[in-house]
Design a protein around this ligand. Structure first.
Ligand SMILES: [Zn+2]
Ligand SMILES: [Zn+2]
Length: 145
């Protein structure tokens, strides 16, 4: 059966039938380092909304290698190495980067820019979406699932 949002690799599939709680263009240094993209389209779902068919087939590593005790873990397929999701050890959210994790970005469009830091010298985004130096101010972390 078709799910509203789905992705993964040929070994591990993930999906959500619930809408994401946040979608932004991330300018942070960790995303830059991990994805090697200048900016990263990042989508937050509630932890309980992202279903993983084979959780045991994922390899986990700290998302931020410079802060290994941080809450986010990068989960990759143990077989092919493809990034599958970021999992929150506190079970608040699961994070999907559509273009790297097999999702169709079309219905997940980012609504703002997050963690923009003018000190990096990157030009301020001027596509009309709000630009913040953190997550959008009204974002509230959901309770753990
Ligand atoms: Zn980021
Ligand atoms: Zn795989």
């Amino acid at each position: 059966m078709a799910h509203t949002y789905s992705g993964g690799c040929e070994h591990v599939r993930t999906h959500s039938d619930a809408a994401p709680i946040d979608s932004h263009t991330c300018h942070c240094s960790v995303c830059k380092r991990v994805t090697t993209q200048a900016t990263t389209h990042v989508v937050f779902f509630r932890h309980g909304d992202v279903v993983v068919d084979k959780l045991a087939s994922l390899k986990r590593q700290p998302f931020n290698s410079e802060n290994p005790s941080g809450p986010l873990e990068l989960c990759t397929c143990a077989q092919c190495g493809k990034p599958i999701m970021l999992d929150d050890r506190q079970r608040r959210i699961r994070v999907i980067v559509p273009n790297l994790m097999g999702y169709d970005a079309k219905n997940l469009a980012p609504t703002y820019h997050a963690f923009y830091d003018p000190k990096t010298g990157a030009p301020r985004p001027d596509d009309g979406r709000p630009v913040y130096e953190a997550l959008r101010p009204e974002f509230a972390w959901p309770a753990p699932a």
